[in-house]
Design a binder for this molecule. Structure first.
Ligand code: GDP
Ligand code: IMO
Ligand code: MG
Length: 428
């Protein structure tokens, strides 16, 4: 039976999903995003050019590939228009190859305002949201009052927009948040709202479809479909370090609900992870480094957010967390990214367990957010050379240890941001 393959992040996002989706795209007819919104920033580099996509799937640079924004994704029309305009400047026109689910929800300007108001009210406990309106939009989706892309054509769209906006304004007032202090994309709210409405008009030229039928029909016809995740398992709303998570289901199950495909239709599950760990925003990070080694990871890896530009927190690879992510997603193939970042490290460490409440454990407990968890670290000798086409012996030892720990083969090792900088590994 024909199947759909999934590609998702196993850590706290920014693992390099965009690069791998783009690199795999020649093998696929369709690439479909299944959750998240413009909180995502997926970077793709080739021929000396660099693109960062937020809403548009990363299969877009292959002309033979159709791209779908699934029902589980949320869309800010203004950010979407900016993305399309940026691609157009580079001569990339994707209108005929991009389909949008009628059922994907719209991020309206007051969702972003409410996100800012919520974060401000949390003070030092803030989530560290990207402030793209993600939490409030998914909240409205589950509260059954959200606006969907297909609603744009409805006669009462404006009335429904005003109703939702007024609900938000009341919530914002309750939080004592002063709207006049807010800027969105460097614009005062009213100006941003006008731009957003222009972008809604712009959005109308795209093809809105019943994407669940489209995807299932394509699978049945034998088309090769790749589902692209955003964020990462440790930011998943159910299994991430709650409440320091995003508001969508970033695991394999999210692909089923975010595209309308049954679990029995899932084929390969590509799990993407960095050779170390990073995290943006607040929340537990047991292997975090606060010393010069952490600084070196940030500097070598250019660990600054693709969406917000914030410095990413850095630390050693966390194997209990990786194993947890592999379990939740049913990963069949692991892909290790950014190995080159540690090319000049004499020593590399990984966490194999945690010290938690005076015990040693190898799982993520419910209260990881409130308890101190210190990592139990194992040391490896660095490979101390530039990776090029071949995997050095010390790196291979590191890889084999990870494979044995999590029980899944690493089939691809990435050693640079360019789409060509990948080494495939055979499964043993
Ligand atoms: P995504 O959100 O998972 O798509 O990842 P991001 O694009 O936010 O962050 C990954 C960053 O690492 C981007 O700047 C990529 O260009 C870069 N990158 C991806 N793979 C590699 C790699 O193997 N080595 C290096 N040095 N950079 C990489
Ligand atoms: P990609 O797809 C890294 C983080 C934010 C914050 C938390 C909640 O590029 O891997 P939100 O804006 O969703 O309310 O923020 O989640 N976050 C990400 N971190 N990569 C991402 O996406 C992220 N999307 C959200 O920093 O801690
Ligand atoms: Mg990213």
């Amino acid at each position: 039976m024909a199947k759909i393959d999934l590609l998702l992040g196993l850590q706290w996002g920014d693992e390099g999903k965009g690069k791998v989706v783009d690199a795999l795209t020649p093998k696929y007819d369709i690439v479909a995003r299944f959750q998240g919104g413009p909180n995502a920033g997926h970077t793709i580099e080739f021929d000396g050019k660099k693109f960062v996509l937020h809403t548009i799937p990363s299969g877009i640079f292959n002309e033979g590939c159709v791209n779908v924004i699934g029902n589980g994704v949320i869309i800010d029309a203004k950010i979407f228009k900016d993305e399309i305009d940026t691609l157009a400047v580079s001569g990339i026109d994707i209108k005929d190859r991009l389909f949008i689910s009628n059922k994907s929800h719209l991020i309206i300007p007051t969702h972003r305002a409410l996100d800012a108001a919520n974060e401000k009210a949390l003070q030092k406990n803030k989530i560290g949201s990207t402030l793209k309106g993600i939490g409030p939009t998914y909240t409205d989706k589950t509260a059954r009052r959200g606006l969907r892309v297909g609603d744009i054509a409805a006669d009462d769209f404006m009335a429904r927009y005003e109703r939702l906006k007024n609900t938000h304004l009341a919530q914002i007032k309750n939080l004592d948040f002063d709207m006049s202090t807010l800027t969105l994309d460097n614009m005062p709210f009213e100006q941003y709202e006008q731009e957003w409405f222009k972008a809604i008009e712009f959005l109308k030229q795209f093809q809105f479809i019943e994407s669940e039928y489209f995807i299932n029909k394509s699978i049945a016809e034998g088309k090769r479909v790749l589902a692209e995740g955003a964020q990462g398992t440790l930011l998943d709303v159910d299994f991430g370090s709650y409440p320091f998570v995003t508001s969508s289901s970033a695991i394999a199950a999210g692909a089923c609900s975010g595209l309308g495909v049954a679990p029995s239709k899932i084929g390969k599950v590509y799990g993407i992870f960095k050779a170390y760990c990073t995290r943006v925003g607040t929340g537990p990070f047991p292997t975090e480094l606060f010393d010069e080694v952490g600084e070196k990871l940030r500097k070598n890896g250019h660990e600054f957010g693709s969406t917000t530009g914030r410095a990413r927190r850095t630390g050693w690879l966390d194997l209990p967390a990786l194993k947890y992510a592999v379990m939740l997603n049913g990963v069949t193939d692991l892909m290790m990214m950014k190995s080159d970042v540690m090319d000049d490290f004499e020593e590399i460490q990984v966490a194999t367990a945690y010290k938690y409440k005076n015990e040693e454990i190898d799982f993520l407990p419910f209260d990881a957010c409130t308890q101190t968890m210190t990592p139990v670290l194992k040391s490896f000798k660095g490979w101390n050379q530039k990776i090029e086409k071949d995997i050095p012996a010390e790196l291979n030892d590191y890889i084999e240890f990870i494979e044995n720990y999590v029980g899944v083969p690493i089939t691809l090792v990435s050693y640079g941001p360019d789409r060509s900088e990948c080494i495939e590994r055979a499964k043993n």
